[in-house]
Design a protein around this ligand. Structure first.
Ligand SMILES: [Zn+2]
Ligand SMILES: [Zn+2]
Length: 388
């Protein structure tokens, strides 16, 4: 039996338990850095499959590492398993996590035969938008010794190289002064007005930014009562650009809009976060080509998507990994349209037979891609020297 058939056979024996794992994670959504159950379940599954597991790495209790094989070439499979506030697994990270386990146990079966070490890295908190799990793990040595990384991410349709852009999430706080809103308004300093001015300035700024830039946010505290001048308001915003370099140009313009609110009202402004932005994604050509072929063999081609091929999509800390080592992040279709990521309707789609099929195909396509990377001499040599 060849290596790919061996990997497939191993995967098929675990198929039902992996679908169960995906559904279990989906039914118990946990927010970033709080993924206690999901990380425990994933570690149990990997340990049961014979991988050497370490939970709680790099001072991140819900991060983990699981390893099989002993060859010098070490490929990392990233598992994400955090959810979104209020709408659960509306980004389908349950499918990401289960497909990562599936890919690893399938590749582990043949790892030593093909000269491969396979490592699953449990990467918490992808949805937080700043200082995501992969960024902290990278900083703290969690990816040391790994030569290339990959994961698959659910989406309405299959897309090999989605245009993933840089992003910076930050929090804004204004402090003014309370007063009776009617009897003594002249004694108040209105921190809600400061936010209104900032939002107006951001609206005007949109004329003068790149069409690929994004600015969006929410007010997290707009005041406590209409008859009390709001003294404390806050908001969370995300600025995005095609690259970290463009983002570095956009961000000060955005910050100035918030400064305008403080200046006009006399409120005090504090901005936190935004210090560890998500980077744009560089898709490794050879890895993407292998993945495409494997996906096609599984009956999952990548259709031409027209404008979607070039249109900016979301952001992920997988982008930061892709700047540090050869990486891919294919989007795997769950046939959810008109439902799209970050909608409750999409969350409902993440446990359908189409989502389960995506889990299966994604796991096998990744396992086979790992085998290709290990057995293609030219690519193997490049990957082995990819990191200094
Ligand atoms: Zn996601
Ligand atoms: Zn998401």
């Amino acid at each position: 039996m060849d290596a790919k058939s061996g990997a497939r056979e191993r995967f098929e024996s675990a198929r039902n338990s992996l679908i169960d794992l995906s559904h279990r994670i989906h039914a118990h959504p946990e927010l970033g850095f709080e993924e206690e159950q999901a990380s425990s379940w994933l570690c149990e599954s990997l340990a049961d499959a014979g991988l050497a597991v370490k939970k709680g790495i790099c001072d991140l209790p819900t991060a983990f590492r699981a390893r099989a094989g002993s060859a010098p070439l070490n490929i990392g499979i990233c598992a994400e398993y955090d959810s979104l506030p209020g709408i659960g697994h509306a980004c389908g990270h349950n499918v990401i996590a289960a497909s990562a386990v599936g890919a690893a146990l399938a590749a582990a079966k043949v790892a030593d035969d093909v000269g491969l070490t396979i490592t699953v890295i449990g990467t918490p908190a992808e949805e937080v938008g700043n200082a995501g799990g992969k960024i902290l793990l990278l900083e703290r040595g969690g990816f040391d010794g790994i030569h290339a990384s990959m994961m698959v991410h659910p989406a309405p349709f299959d897309m090999l190289r989605s245009k993933i852009i840089a992003a910076s999430m930050f929090e804004v706080r204004y402090t003014g002064k309370e007063s009776h809103a009617s009897a003594f308004p002249e004694l108040g300093i209105n921190a809600a007005d400061a936010l209104t001015i900032a939002q107006t300035a951001l609206g005007l700024l949109r004329q003068h930014i790149r069409s690929t830039d994004r600015i969006h946010g929410i007010v997290t505290n707009g005041g406590a009562a209409p008859n009390v001048v709001p003294a404390h308001t806050s908001a969370k915003y995300i600025a995005r650009s095609e690259t970290l370099a463009q983002l570095a140009e956009l961000r000060p313009k955005v910050f100035r809009c918030f400064e305008a609110g403080a200046l006009a009202t006399g409120s005090k402004l504090e901005i936190t976060g935004g210090d560890k932005p998500y980077a744009e994604m560089l898709h490794d050509d050879a890895m993407a080509t292998f993945y495409r072929k494997n996906s096609e063999v599984l009956g999952r081609p990548f259709p031409n998507l027209g404008e979607w091929e070039t249109r900016p999509t979301g952001s992920t800390d997988m982008g930061n990994l892709s700047l540090a080592m050869p990486s891919i992040h294919p989007m795997i279709g769950i046939n959810s349209l008109p439902a799209v990521n970050h909608q409750p309707e999409f969350a409902a789609h993440c446990v359908t037979p189409d989502a389960d099929k995506a889990l299966v195909d994604g796991a096998l396509a990744m396992a086979w891609t790992c085998i290709d990377l290990a057995t293609n001499r030219e690519v193997r040599e490049r990957l082995m020297t990819s990191r200094s």
